[in-house]
Design a protein around this ligand. Structure first.
Ligand code: GRF
Length: 195
């Protein structure tokens, strides 16, 4: 596909979703191209993975900075690379209102629960405690409300009798790695179709 959508990924840790997004891109017919991986955690493993895929990286610790001030730096890096869509992949920072407004409708996130259930952290433990039949993951558009923006894709994962938060998290994560690239790809394809 010509004219791929330029994506910037923000992460803070392990980076397994970044890896899945980058592997999808290698298939060649992807609608997006990751042109920057940025992090608020300079030692994040996700940055090492990005380098392996030869994706440009940027990092800086947010410590000692105001939220909006840090987000302005991130915004400048994204714009410097002509990013069109921002994909959060384990980005453990709440974004400033200013940033969300600037990128309105163009930030996606993957969340390890069947939204609107279990916004925030500790999702798998909460699903188990509630006796749910299914856990899962969701991709949503980021708005001001934490994990509250429109859901664009979701995948259920059956909860097994002996599941712990860890075993459930591991099975859900495998599904995240399928769901997120597919959802981002479709989102970018539709964005181009609107152009
Ligand atoms: C994933 O579980 C994702 O759903 C959540 O943060 C975790 C990131 O994992 N938003 P990784 O860094 O992509 O491995």
């Amino acid at each position: 596909m010509a004219d791929k959508v330029r994506v910037g990924v923000l992460l803070s840790g392990r980076g397994s979703n970044l890896e899945a997004l980058a592997l999808h891109q290698l298939r060649g017919d992807a609608a997006y191209e990751i042109v920057l991986v940025a992090s608020n955690v300079p030692e994040a493993r996700g940055l090492v993975l990005a380098r392996r895929f030869a994706i440009p990286i940027w990092s800086r610790s947010h410590k000692g900075m105001e939220r909006a001030e840090f987000d302005r730096l991130v915004d400048a890096e994204l714009r410097g690379r002509d990013v069109e869509v921002v994909a959060l992949a384990g980005y453990m920072r709440i974004l400033s209102s200013e940033f969300i407004e600037k990128w309105s409708g163009r930030i996606l996130n993957i969340h390890p629960a069947l939204l609107p259930l279990y916004k925030g952290l500790d999702t798998h433990r909460r699903a188990l405690l509630a006796g749910d039949e299914f856990g899962g993951c969701s991709v949503h558009v980021v708005t001001e409300e934490l994990d509250g923006g429109p859901v664009i894709a979701r995948k259920q994962v059956r909860i097994l009798p002996r599941d712990t938060p860890e075993t459930l998290a591991a099975r859900v994560l495998k599904e995240e790695h399928v769901l997120y690239p597919a959802a981002l790809d479709l989102f970018c394809r539709e964005l181009r179709a609107k152009d």
